[in-house]
Design a protein around this ligand. Structure first.
Ligand SMILES: [Fe+2]
Length: 359
């Protein structure tokens, strides 16, 4: 990657607006600036109980769809409870991420350096190299469907994707648990929009995804003084993202109604759900792809602790067509292949040569 990180410290989102494939009028700094930014202390992000969907019968499913749809239409974020995944599962996963990054040598991590495969840049991203537009204080590792032994391939080699340490089986368990939430979420969104709730069932069965393991190391005084943040302000490119609540503060959500940032601290064991660009595109801007970022902790006494997060981005396969859902009037967008949409958007982060056309 050709890194131009110094530009990133003071960059604004609109500096890169030519890459966006959906309408984004909001203007914000990629990194938190406590002197320029203002914060929304009042906005409460809706909590949606998935037990309504799973055990509430038709009335429960309808109520859940209403809660979830209105939360996503309003701010693009919701907090999911009642999803059936025990908090210990996420505690173990977070501990395993810490082990992965802290016990695998840099030399070994670099053997898995990220490369585009289909739409998604998959593999290891060193610190300050998550994108070319901002020197984020995070290391990441992206695993897509092919990185897991999901018994779909006759030939599978764990070491092609993972260092030794029992990582694949633990994270396979996480993605399989999350896969069970994909159709309930999508069916509820479609139902809220008065679209056939099963329209995406086939497309989202065994679909493409990216599980990103994020390790934000402890912040040194020198790094603090550079002005870099932990993760630049961005919108996810996907349909939606399933993000288990983190232990360490920092996630901020942009409220485009008032231009203020919401500090989101979701309860332990809950899942944060947010919509991405694919969703904004197919819903004709009804459900916005919402801006978010990760700041350094306001409490400097926890600068010495690493921060872990494990977002799972849900995509459709590269050859699917993203088109405005039937019944939504006055379409703002032409149909486009997922690979063209995805890579043209994310070439913002990886360089112009990342973009490809239809395959
Ligand atoms: Fe994100």
């Amino acid at each position: 990657m050709n890194i131009d990180q110094n530009k990133g410290i003071h960059a604004q989102n609109q500096d890169f607006s030519k890459y966006d494939q959906v309408k984004k009028d909001q203007q914000y700094q990629l990194v938190e600036d406590v002197d320029l930014d203002s914060f929304d202390e009042d906005y409460v992000i809706q909590t949606c109980d998935m037990q309504l969907f799973f055990n509430g019968g038709e009335a429960g499913r309808k109520e859940f769809a209403q809660q979830l749809g209105s939360a996503l239409e309003g701010i693009g974020f919701a907090i999911l409870t009642g999803h059936g995944i025990e908090p210990e599962v996420y505690e173990n996963a977070h501990a395993k991420v810490q082990q992965l990054f802290e016990t695998t040598t840099l030399e070994r991590r670099m053997l898995y350096h990220a490369e585009r495969h289909g739409s998604v840049n998959q593999g290891y991203f060193p610190i300050k190299e998550t994108t070319i537009i901002h020197p984020d204080l995070v290391e990441g590792w992206v695993f897509c469907r092919r990185a897991f032994n999901l018994e779909e391939e006759t030939e599978y080699s764990e070491r092609d994707y993972w260092p030794e340490g029992g990582y694949e089986s633990l994270f396979r368990d996480i993605v399989q648990r999350h896969e069970k939430l994909i159709l309930p979420i999508m069916q509820s969104v479609l139902s809220y929009l008065s679209v056939d709730p099963h329209l995406y069932d086939d497309r989202l069965t065994k679909t493409n995804f990216g599980l990103r393991l994020n390790y934000y190391p402890p912040i040194s005084k020198e790094e603090d003084e550079t002005g870099a943040g932990r993760m630049l302000g961005h919108e996810d490119v996907d349909l939606f993202t399933i993000l288990p609540a983190q232990d360490i503060e920092g996630l901020q959500v942009y409220n485009r109604e008032n231009g203020k940032w919401i500090r989101l601290n979701a309860p332990k064991g809950s899942i944060i759900l947010n919509t991405g660009d694919y969703m904004q595109r197919i819903t004709n801007d009804r459900l916005p792809s919402t801006t978010h970022r990760v700041s350094k902790p306001a409490d400097k006494t926890i600068f010495n602790k690493p921060r872990i997060s494990i977002p799972m981005a849900i995509y459709v396969w590269e050859d699917e067509i993203l088109e405005v859902l039937p019944g939504l009037v006055d379409p703002h967008y032409e149909p486009i292949s997922a690979i063209k949409f995805h890579t043209n958007t994310t070439s913002k982060y990886y360089g112009d040569d990342y973009a490809v056309g239809d395959t």
